[in-house]
Design a protein around this ligand. Structure first.
Ligand SMILES: [Zn+2]
Length: 232
């Protein structure tokens, strides 16, 4: 690289500092969100390569899932918690795209997920999506498909706005009672496909189960699940 180019980049860096989203250090290139140190600190689960992993076990006896996995352990006061918080509540969309790209590395050349035909982001409640400006699951899918080329079926399944009775119920019962929250709107787009349902985090699996069971009602569908984080 020529000296002129280097000093121009130094100048750009001076006026538009690009720092690691994790630790604030400035030793990373323009395209990266995390420095190599923070990246190496992310707690990978290795679930993508592991049949009968804890994410698959969540759905045992609930819905038939071909393969399921989460990329990283989600623990309290961790970097991953901070990043997911920024993605969901601070408008930092880039984090979702970045993590989607990281997930694509687990998915490429992965025998367990090789049959996937299309990605379906878990729909967000329309009111929440309007407030947030985007659905983080859609952004994660965009990151995945930027490297692992699969179509993203954005509107094939929809999430209904909370009804009055649902809002009046307690928080816990609403969490558990997901009946009728999701509905397939484009069955023809899903027919005979192996769908990978994508969300940011898997905890009880209630919403993934509810959405997944609607997808499985469409003729010939197979269901797999992938999330960014897994709560211990
Ligand atoms: Zn860092």
């Amino acid at each position: 690289m020529s000296g002129i180019q280097t000093s121009f980049q130094d100048l750009v860096h001076l006026f538009f500092p690009h720092v690691c989203t994790g630790c604030g250090s400035d030793i990373l290139n323009d395209k990266q969100l995390l420095c190599l140190h923070c990246l190496s600190e992310l707690p990978e689960t290795n679930f993508f390569y592991l049949p009968h992993n804890p994410v698959e076990k969540i759905f045992y006896g609930r819905i038939p899932v071909r393969s399921a996995a989460a990329g990283y352990f989600f623990t309290k006061n961790s970097l991953i918690q901070t990043l997911l918080h920024r993605l969901k509540y601070k408008g930092n969309k880039e984090i979702g795209f970045y993590f989607g790209k990281l997930l694509s590395k687990f998915l490429m050349n992965n025998e367990r997920f090789s049959g996937v035909d299309a990605l379906v982001p878990l729909p967000l409640n329309p009111r929440r999506e309007k407030k947030r400006g985007y659905n983080q699951s859609v952004v994660i899918c965009e990151g995945i498909t930027s490297a692992w080329k699969k179509p993203v079926l954005n509107n094939a399944v929809i999430r209904k706005v909370y009804t009055e009775t649902q809002t009046q119920r307690g928080r816990i019962t609403r969490w558990e009672n997901m009946d009728g929250v999701f509905a397939v709107s484009q069955p023809e787009a899903l027919e005979n496909k192996h769908i990978m349902l994508v969300d940011d985090l898997v905890t009880t699996g209630a919403s993934l189960e509810a959405c997944g069971s609607e997808l499985l009602k469409v003729r010939g569908t197979t269901l797999s699940i992938a999330t960014l984080g897994y709560t211990l």
